[in-house]
Design a protein. Sequence first.
Length: 216
Amino acid sequence: MDEVMEAQRIEWQKELTDKVVELLYDGEGSCGVSRCSCYTITKDEFKIALREKLESGIDTLEEYDRLTFMVWESKDRNKHGSNHNLMSESDIILFDKAINRESFWDIYSISTKGMRQGIADWKEETLYRKEETELRKKIRESYKYRRKVGFNDSLKSKVKDRDNNECTRCGYEEQLEVHHIKQLRDAGNNSMDNLITLCHDCHVKAHKLLRKGDVR
């Protein structure tokens, strides 16, 4: 009895799928199914997606959309070069699954070898730029940490005493500050050899010169 009911259910789903597809693709004035107002999915692809939806409840067209947009992006990049768009983590995961034929839709049937290579290059660029961003973040955090640890009032007093409590540039004895010769962000440190005493004005000038590329 259960087998009969299952066969009837499958047959009903097939008939329903065929009627919906006929209505959307073969009826007078029909124009297929438009996705995101960007493209029309083919009749056979829509039939596959509808059957899967009826059988499992899963909407596979979202995956199809994402794969299609990846292909479009790769074509645009091949034509115009790299841009600032990065792949999302979910798209990277989907692309890897598709290349390994683990996705629902076959990326090999909707893209050329050149398009897939374009997506792979886009993925590599995304990973490189994310790694670069993470590295910069670590450098900034390291800079803040190294500036905080060890660079204290006791050390500053020792530097000023060594420099006779006057600016090493102009000899002024007020508003004295301690300056890193090699900046912490450039792998400098808090050692006495890397610290000098400057007045406020000379300190400001020193940093302006650093921004222009002067070592000191």
